[in-house]
Design a protein around this ligand. Structure first.
Ligand SMILES: *Cc1c(COP(=O)(O)O)cnc(C)c1O
Length: 417
């Protein structure tokens, strides 16, 4: 009997396509293997060590932000960033409508009210004019994504958010490798959240994340929430103090003379979400390679954009002047409307190209509709999704002949509509 391996539907489908949707966003070679080998063959702990610290420093330098704190995923990075806000009932958080659900997932059980912000039709990034209509004195945070690696209008967004007294959180899951005249994503606002998931521009063995922060106090608080570290180590019986005094005591370390008398205290809710040494060591190797990986994405995106531009009524996602895209996604638009857009999707699938559209507007997801959001809240994002939106595979794992085939198929399909 043939043994059957259980794999997801998407993987099953992927195997049937000449150009499958990518399961990996990066490439790996001997250097990545050496990094893992070096960690495993050493004798140090496999976590919270020199590689994690080195990767955090390297990311802080690359991004141009003072502090960087690794996490186990991008979702956890966003969740911990939100936790820093200590949201209460009556607080409001504004979230871009065009994003992956992880951006706002930790807000599902938050006491705060979520408001979804419409996007700009050319970039699919948060529209500052729409943001301006949503901010008010209750706004505590604005969460945006640099959709597909294209940098959002940060000057205006930060100005509007800060005027309302709100922090700005950049979801940089797509944006590693992008650049603007004012700096890189993750350094353009207060807090940046990165993902090193398998599908992202670089990966730390399949899962991983990181938070960048400008403010040293916030960074310190984030580290305390991220690491299940003791804040206070209380001494032995001789120095045991009344409990009321301990609760308010400043963090300090008092060592007892006998190890078994040491009692430690955890002063706030937290978790353990630090990156393992092997993952961080690979992250360092990947980060050294990121500009080359993004250059390859750019080359593929340019080849596809040339085809799109040669056809009437077709338009490529805009990259604002003074910025470069990290090209995490290749996004284009069919101006002819719903039926024609759907014909493009079917045509490409017949050419054996796996179409995976990213993403349905978040306010239309059942979990948010159950919380009072729905059709009509963000008309630009909705019109894009239902009538125009198209994505194509674009990642460094594609060979030259894959790119050639994809460009030719696209030209054939667009030529027929
Ligand atoms: C991938 C992604 C995340 C979540 O990252 P994980 O590392 O997979 O948890 C968050 N936001 C966006 C926009 C993403 O694409």
């Amino acid at each position: 009997m043939v043994e059957r391996v259980l794999i997801g539907d998407d993987m099953m489908r992927a195997g049937a396509f000449r150009i499958p949707a990518p399961s990996r966003g990066s490439t790996f070679d001997e250097d990545d293997l050496d990094a893992v080998r070096m960690v495993l063959e050493g004798s140090g702990a496999l976590t919270a060590g020199v590689h994690r610290d080195a990767f955090e420093r390297a990311m802080a330098d690359y991004v141009g932000c003072a502090h960087a704190v690794t996490t186990t995923s991008g979702t956890v990075a966003l969740e911990l960033a939100i936790r820093l806000l200590d949201l209460q009932q009556g607080d409001e958080v504004i979230v871009t409508a065009q994003t992956f659900h992880a951006t706002a997932q930790s807000l599902l059980d938050s006491p705060a009210t979520v408001r979804f912000c419409d996007v700009d039709a050319d970039t699919l990034n948060m529209d500052p004019a729409a943001l301006e209509r949503l901010t008010n004195p209750r706004t505590r945070a604005v969460m945006l994504v640099h959709y597909g690696g294209v940098i959002a209008d940060m000057t205006r967004i930060v100005e509007i958010a800060h005027a309302a007294g709100a922090l700005v959180i950049e979801d940089c899951a797509h944006a590693l490798g992008a650049r603007s005249l004012r700096g890189r994503p993750g350094a353009l606002a207060d807090i940046g959240c990165f993902s090193f998931h398998s599908s992202k521009n670089i990966s730390t063995l399949g899962e991983g994340g990181l938070v960048t922060l400008r403010d040293a106090d916030l960074a310190d608080r984030l580290r305390r929430v991220r690491d299940n570290r003791n804040d206070v180590v209380v001494a032995d019986r001789a120095t045991m103090e009344p409990i009321e005094k301990l609760i308010d005591a400043a963090p300090r370390t008092v060592y007892g003379e006998e190890w078994n008398h040491v009692i430690s205290q955890v002063r706030r809710a937290g978790t353990n979400a630090t990156m393992s040494e092997a993952a961080a060591a690979v992250g360092l190797v990947q980060l050294r390679r990121v500009d080359g990986l993004v250059a390859r994405r750019t080359k593929i995106a340019n080849a596809l954009a040339d085809v799109v531009r040669a056809h009437d009524g077709m338009r490529v996602q805009s990259v604002p002047v003074g910025t470069t895209s990290a090209h995490h996604l290749f996004t284009f638009f069919c101006e002819h409307g719903g039926d024609t857009r759907d014909a493009v999707i079917r045509g490409l699938e017949r050419e054996s190209v796996q179409m995976r559209l990213r993403y349905a507007p978040l306010h239309l997801a059942p979990e948010w509709r159950l919380r009072g959001h729905g059709l009509g809240d963000c008309p630009v994002a909705e019109r894009d999704w239902f009538e125009r939106h198209l994505n194509l595979p674009c990642h460094p794992g594609m060979r030259d002949d894959d790119v050639e085939y994809l460009a030719e198929s696209l030209d054939r399909v667009l030529g027929r509509i």
